[in-house]
Ligand binder design. Structure first.
Ligand SMILES: [Zn+2]
Length: 104
């Protein structure tokens, strides 16, 4: 699978996640605010209200981060050890930031 195909998968998935969030009544969050304290506070609050919303928001952030790594040219390398992430792991989870050895 090429990075373009993985990117298409990520963009498809983020649309699904956004739709699920809006179904749950969560308004869209500015993607540039992903690292802000505001979002962290917000995610804490969301977690209190609904673990489902928190899971979706976390997944959305993972996908945004993966697309950002594609733009930065660091996509597909483990954040822990810097080794290339296994192709089958990326196919199973295109937003993966770590290799199988370092997966959470
Ligand atoms: Zn690793």
């Amino acid at each position: 699978m090429t990075n373009e195909e993985l990117r298409a998968k990520l963009e498809e998935e983020i649309d699904v996640v956004k739709q699920e969030l809006s179904d749950l009544g969560v308004e869209d969050i500015d993607p540039t605010a992903t690292e802000s304290d505001e979002l962290a506070d917000r995610m804490e609050a969301e977690e209190e209200h609904s673990s489902e919303k928190a899971t979706l928001l976390a997944r959305k952030n993972e996908i945004i981060a993966a697309v950002a790594r594609m733009d930065a040219g660091t996509y597909g390398f483990c954040e822990e050890c810097g080794e290339k992430i296994e192709a089958d792991r990326l196919e199973a989870n295109p937003a993966a930031a770590t290799c199988k050895l370092h997966m959470a």
